[in-house]
Write a protein that binds this ligand. Structure first.
Ligand code: NAD
Length: 508
């Protein structure tokens, strides 16, 4: 695979068709490794959102989609999965040229996990409890009671640039599995793979079931978050924008799922196997150049082995290859943009100003052949204290803060001393200690002797200001349903209607 320098044009995808935006404007997408323009994309507007929501609304009401059996829907999910596999190379290419993800990651994880997600949810819906019967009550008389699960309606998904395809899939797959329709607004750096995914999916679902409208968050995103015909909003992105989405969606009381930022603590216990824990911790923070919400950015290390650990981390980090994402030997690729690179460098300066010790990295890098790309060295700070800016704020770049602790309780206390609660980790040979620490950590995912392991059948999401609700696993299906209680009285004679007698005696 090579990067095709020909600039491709991408319209919006609405109501089963490629369409130009109402305003006729476009914006450019650039390759983070080279700075080259790789695509021109139609810029959605409020009016485009109106059209997309209308199409999604009509599709939701259409019998072709609404009355489909779980078995048929499950088959559609499986077909989508197979189509994703068929288009794996094109999807990976579009993801790589816009997000800068390495080809190794895309080939080995993202596309496989995305295809598997549609399979997994397709399987889950076959035995999903769409209707549960409650026990027949003695009072107020014989009755059949059911709890039904029904689709929510039109869903809106707003996604970030760091793992655009997979994170769009985390929303599209459960929405469709439960019979909803969806309008997706991808991040402006990375709309390409989501647009392609919509085209693939639209081959097997009625028009309007999936729509993708790229455009500015302030206009397109905010219109979606407030739209009265949108019943659910599902957002992945920064905590700051998540708060705004919550405020906007409060006006129409939308069902809301938020996947937000993180500053995940990684606790090394004294007995940890450093041969696994050190490379594992570096993978935990430097994978995708630190641009993952659940990266292990704060490493807590016991006093007694602190110096040995720092030395080991620097040694292991020196083995990481920084390079073009298409190069199979690249471990660490570019960061998304010049602006993001500058933000990361300013955090590195803040760390130095606060008195942390830079033990490796800290600078931008020029990769031969990628002179206009945005690369930063994997960076490690020692002597960080948990109250420093670099230990409290999400940097979203390849920066590890190593923090010293004297006993396990202190490590747990500092680990939880953050507004975030997305992921956490602990490294030890003692499983009892591991579970003790895991119980105390306030995070939606805890890895023991590992990092970055997400499963399509396990819930993922945040405690505290890292989010609301969960994606993946069976839990995510519930989040795309409304719950309805249906009561059927079996009492057919007026005299035996106990409640009438008790409340309105004069009606007897
Ligand atoms: P961002 O919050 O800036 O943008 C996310 C999306 O929201 C984009 O599509 C953007 O256009 C849109 N947006 C921006 N302002 C908006 C507004 N006012 N109204 C509506 N939509 C608006 O985030 P980003 O920079 O694209 O991504 C990085 C962030 O995402 C990090 O904070 C990271 O932790 C978070 N993230 C979280 C998870 C998770 O699962 N918890 C996963 C990936 C990324």
């Amino acid at each position: 695979m090579s990067v095709d320098v020909q600039v491709k044009s991408f319209p919006l995808f609405v109501n089963g068709k490629w369409v130009d935006s109402v305003g006729g404007e476009t914006f450019d997408v650039f390759h983070p490794a080279t700075g080259e323009r790789v695509a021109r994309v139609a810029k959605g507007t409020k009016q485009d959102i109106e059209l997309a929501v209308e199409a999604a609304s009509e599709a939701f009401e259409s019998p072709a989609w609404r009355e489909m059996s779980p078995k048929e829907r499950s088959q559609i999910m499986v077909t989508i999965s197979l189509k994703i596999a068929e288009h794996a190379e094109e999807l990976a290419y579009l993801e790589l040229i816009s997000s800068g993800a390495t080809i190794r990651r895309l080939k080995n994880f993202d596309i496989l996990m995305l295809a598997d997600l549609f399979q997994t949810l397709g399987r889950f819906i076959l035995d999903y409890p769409y209707s549960e019967a409650l026990p027949v009550p003695p009072f107020p008389g014989p009755a059949h009671n059911f709890v039904w699960r029904e689709p929510v309606g039109v869903c809106a998904a707003i996604t970030p640039w760091n793992m655009p395809l997979m994170l769009a899939g985390f929303k599209i797959a459960p929405a469709l599995a439960m019979g909803n329709t969806i309008v997706v607004k991808p991040a402006s750096h990375t709309p390409l793979s989501t647009l392609k995914l919509a085209e693939i999916i639209s081959e097997v679902v009625p028009p309007g079931v999936i729509n993708v409208v790229p455009g500015p968050g302030r206009e397109v995103g905010e219109t979606l978050a407030q739209h009265p015909k949108v019943s659910k909003i599902t957002f992945t992105g920064s905590t700051e924008v998540g708060r705004r989405i919550m405020q906007l969606s409060a006006e129409t009381i939308k069902n809301t799922t938020l996947e937000l930022g993180g500053k995940s603590p990684n606790i090394l216990l004294e007995d940890a196997d450093l041969n696994i824990a050190l490379p594992g911790s570096l993978l935990g923070v430097f994978f995708h150049s630190g641009q993952l919400c659940e990266s292990g950015t704060r490493l807590f290390v016991p006093d007694r082995i602190y110096d040995e650990v720092i030395e080991g981390l620097v040694k292991w980090a020196s083995k990481l290859n920084i390079g073009h994402p298409l190069d199979e030997s690249t471990d660490v690729g570019p960061v998304i943009s010049k602006q993001q690179k500058e933000t990361i460098l300013s955090y590195i300066e803040a760390g130095l100003a606060e008195g942390a010790t830079l033990v490796c990295g800290g600078k931008e890098v020029t990769v031969p052949g990628c002179e206009n790309g945005h690369f930063i060295e994997p960076t490690i700070f020692s002597n960080v204290t948990n109250d420093m800016k670099i230990a409290q704020e999400e940097i979203f770049g390849p920066v590890l803060c190593v923090i010293r602790y004297s006993d396990m309780d202190e490590a747990i206390r500092m680990a939880n001393d953050t507004i975030y609660g997305l992921a956490a980790g602990v490294w030890t040979k003692d499983v009892n200690k591991a579970y003790h620490v895991a119980r105390k950590l306030r995070a939606g995912t805890v890895w023991i002797n590992d990092w970055h392991i997400l499963r399509n059948d396990a819930p993922f999401g945040g405690y505290k200001q890292s989010g609301l609700g969960r994606e993946l696993g069976r839990h995510c299906l519930d989040a795309y349903t409304e719950v309805k209680h249906v009561h059927t009285s079996l009492v057919t004679e007026l005299e035996k209607k106990t409640v009438y007698r008790l409340l309105f005696p004069n009606l007897h």
